[in-house]
Design a protein around this ligand. Structure first.
Ligand code: 5GP
Length: 192
C-alpha cells in the first residue's frame, strides 16, 4: 500500500459508493507534505517526459500542480470555472459535466498562457468520469499543443474516466486507484 492509499484509509470518509471525502488533507485543509509526496511521485512517473507547462482546473488541483511545477521548474496554468470581469484576453473554452455538482460548467483558459509549442502535463486531484480531464485535453488541442500525460492523485476506478482517457490514447498515471468502496462498511479496495 502506498502513502496516499494509507492516508485515504486513515482520513477519507466514504459518502456514497462513488463519492470520497478527503477534506482533511486535499479538498479543504491541505497537507503540504503529502502534496509534496504526490508531486514527487508524479515527477518520477513522468521523468522521461518533456513538460513545458502544467495544466489543472480550479480549485483542488492547484495545490498538487504548484508543487509539481516548482519541482519541474515550469509554469502552472489553471482553468477557471467562471468568467473573470478583469480579464480581456481571448479564451479557449470547453465544457465538463460535474457529477458532484450535477451541472455542466464552462471552463476557460486565456489564450496567451498556452501555445502550440507547449507539452502539457494535465494534473488533477480526482479522476471520476473523466469530464474535467477531457475538457482540459480539449483546451490543449485548441491551443495546438500536445498532452504530455495526465497525472492524478486519486482515480476512482469504478467510474469510467480512466478507461475513457486511456482508450483515447492518453497516458494516465494515478497514484491511488480505488477499485471499489462501500459507504456502509466504510471500506475501500485499491487496484494493485
Ligand atoms: P470527473 O470530471 O472525472 O467526473 O470528476 C473529477 C472532478 O470532480 C475532480 O476535479 C474533483 O474535483 C471532483 N470529484 C470527483 N469525484 C470526487 C470525489 O469522490 N471526491 C471529491 N472530493 N471530489 C471529486
Amino acid at each position: 500500500m502506498n502513502f496516499l492509499e494509507e492516508k485515504i484509509l486513515k482520513e477519507g470518509r466514504i459518502l456514497s459508493n462513488d463519492l470520497l471525502k478527503v477534506d482533511s488533507f486535499l479538498n479543504h485543509q491541505i497537507d503540504t507534505r503529502l502534496m509534496r509526496e504526490i508531486a514527487d511521485e508524479l515527477r518520477s512517473r513522468f521523468h522521461c517526459t518533456t513538460v513545458t507547462k502544467i495544466l489543472t482546473i480550479e480549485a483542488s488541483g492547484i495545490a498538487i500542480a504548484v508543487m509539481l511545477g516548482s519541482i519541474l521548474d515550469v509554469p502552472v496554468v489553471f482553468a477557471k470555472k467562471s468568467e473573470s470581469v478583469n480579464s480581456t484576453d481571448e479564451k479557449y473554452v470547453s465544457y465538463a459535466y460535474s457529477f458532484t455538482r450535477l451541472k455542466t460548467f464552462q471552463i476557460n483558459v486565456s489564450r496567451p498562457y498556452l501555445s502550440s509549442s507547449d507539452k502539457v502535463l494535465i494534473v488533477d486531484d480526482f479522476l471520476a468520469r473523466g469530464e474535467a480531464a477531457l475538457a482540459l485535453t480539449d483546451i490543449v488541442a485548441q491551443a495546438g499543443a500536445e498532452v504530455a500525460g495526465i497525472g492524478i492523485a486519486i482515480e476512482k476506478g469504478q467510474q469510467e474516466g480512466g478507461r475513457r482517457l486511456r482508450s483515447a490514447g492518453f497516458r494516465v498515471e494515478s497514484i491511488a486507484i480505488i477499485e471499489e468502496m462501500d459507504a456502509e462498511s466504510q471500506t475501500v479496495k485499491f487496484r494493485n
